[in-house]
Design a protein around this ligand. Sequence first.
Ligand SMILES: [Zn+2]
Length: 212
Amino acid sequence: MKYKDFRNFKIERNCTKKYNRYRSYLPYLGEDFKHRCAYCNMHDETITENYRVDHFIPQTVLINTDREGLICDYNNLMYCCPKCNSTKSSQYKGNIHDGSYNNELFYNPVEVDYNQIFYRNEYGGISSEDPKGKDMIVNLKLFSPIYHFSFLIEEITEVLEKLNQKIESTTDIYEKEKYNEAYRRLVSFLLKIRGLFNSSYYNNSIKRNNGQ
Ligand SMILES: [Zn+2]
């Protein structure tokens, strides 16, 4: 069941700079992608690690071909969280010689409106009714609990901000105390969800580093 849209903005490429090192584009990608991962939509403030530059058509496919220029081509670069970047890795399907920016395994996050493909379900997870969208959830491991927790963290933070406004604007002492109590309870719940997110996020990293 749909609970919310997947994204609440449209990704637009505005960078006109040219660099020889693709990593130089990272701050521009951050701005154009509103600091959210192109694939899972997680905000870059959710984790302490830096976000990565993802190649929509992977570098390994482009290297030593006549399309090598795409390694530093802004249109082939995506702002990406470390999880999606390492999971997507060199996954590719298509013909690199067709002159396109396509990777048939994935919908292009800039050209395709992900709200038509994905949505947030009643548990905060990422769902899709679209066959290729469903494959993407598997290929990018978007079913991982970290994406439920990161979504929940954002939802709770939003409610906390609203509660804070209420606390500041209310003059009635009794009302104010009620809001304060709700605020305190919600903060302690947020800390629990944060803990679940951190343990789930970093446990997976340890497993991967051990080659499991
Ligand atoms: Zn991601």
